[in-house]
Design a protein around this ligand. Structure first.
Ligand code: EPU
Length: 339
């Protein structure tokens, strides 16, 4: 355990931040021992993976614990069903790259999403018509209270849109250590091409052969054209979730603001594109000295240089308030604030 540690390079938003204590653990044993040291010192514990969905405030009290548990094992059973067991600290994009190289498809539409496997599970990452939740067979967790390992099934993870049990009070004491993903029989793989941006990109390809590797390259291209690379510009991806409203509310809203983008969800609900609300509120490309929205995508908040978590939070709050005043819809932040 180290004390007074610079957290700035450990989150993709790269807010200026220091942790009271910090420890990176690469095994369950190291995790257990760091947790008992924190307990002995009376310190609270904050979990960190790749820091891709975390905004660290200036001072983070307690122990910040980076889960860096490695390992990738691929297993094909006698029914030809492919399972991959991955340590929570692996980088999700590297795992997807290695699977695709073996022609094992399923997760390729999630290519280029930053962060670790553990973080991917916590927030049930999704992109271009695919979410990770449906591939999860089991998740092995370390229960901080009980001091032992538990295995959760997919149903117990309670995956939803950018949601899982790990975001709720019931899951708060569980540290994800590894995940088993079921990719099914590789012969049954089909590309997921129903998303508008994917259809548009495919229309520019001549007679493409849709392999997992081809789809990964296609998705990497779509993302690179639209989203800022966190290695170059600090950001945490989409800053707000896309709000779901009732069809009744949507009808009123669209009658006054007919150009707001939305999607059908079910008979009683529509999903609004949060990016569209933020753009219509006049925030696209705007901001303060240190934080703003990305000029090519209004839903991405970016670090303009030297931002603190508090400044990010204040700017996000300004957006939330103006969007609510204009459209009667309250945006919910996607990233977790530390400190
Ligand atoms: N739009 C605007 N202004 C903009 C950008 C977009 O009005 O500046 C409108 C357009 O009408 C566009 C719509 O918003 O059609 C949706 O934009 P996009 O296809 O980029 O998707 P998104 O809803 O903004 C979601 C996920 C992304 C994921 C993409 C692709 C959420 C919160 N975000 O973004 O996930 O990559 O779909 O599937 O659901 C993330 O969670 O960090 C993330 C990047």
């Amino acid at each position: 355990m180290q004390f007074d540690v610079d957290l700035t390079p450990l989150t993709t938003f790269q807010t200026k931040s220091r942790a009271e204590a910090f420890c990176a653990v690469d095994s369950v044993e190291a995790l257990a021992s760091a947790l008992s040291e924190a307990k002995a010192k009376g310190m609270s514990v904050n979990l960190l993976g790749g820091g891709a969905n975390t905004i660290a405030r200036a001072w983070v009290k307690g122990l910040t614990l980076k889960v860096a548990i490695p390992g990738v094992t691929v297993d094909v059973d006698d029914q030809n069903v492919c399972r991959v067991t991955v340590g929570a600290g692996e980088t999700i994009d590297e795992v997807i790259g290695a699977l695709v190289e073996k022609n094992l498809g399923g997760l390729e539409n999630l290519s280029s999403i930053p962060g670790t496997v553990g973080g991917a599970i916590v927030q049930n990452i999704g992109a271009y018509g695919v979410e990770i939740g449906p591939f999860v067979e089991t998740v092995t967790v370390y229960d901080m209270e009980e001091g032992r390992l538990l295995t959760l099934t997919q149903a117990e993870c309670r995956f939803g849109y950018r949601h899982s049990v790990f975001k709720t009070p019931q899951g708060a004491g569980l540290v994800i250590v590894s995940v088993t993903l079921n990719l099914g029989n590789p012969k049954d793989w089909r590309p997921t091409v129903s998303y508008r941006a994917v259809e548009d990109a495919l229309a520019h390809e001549e007679n493409p052969t849709l392999t997992p590797a081809f789809m990964r390259t296609l998705i990497q291209g779509i993302r690179a054209r639209k989203l800022p690379d966190p290695r170059v510009i600090g950001n945490a991806g989409s800053f707000f979730t896309n709000p779901v409203i009732t069809t009744v509310h949507w009808r009123e809203l669209i009658s006054v603001h007919p150009n707001l983008p939305w999607y059908d969800l079910d008979e009683d609900h529509k999903k609004l594109a949060a990016a569209g609300l933020i753009e219509a509120a006049g925030f696209k490309g705007e901001g303060t000295e240190t934080v703003g929205t990305y000029p090519h995508h209004a839903l991405i908040l970016v670090n303009r240089g030297g931002a603190t978590g508090e400044e990010v939070e204040r700017f996000a709050e300004t957006i939330v308030e103006r969007v609510e005043a204009l459209f009667g819809v309250r945006l919910e932040a996607e990233p977790v604030f530390l400190g």
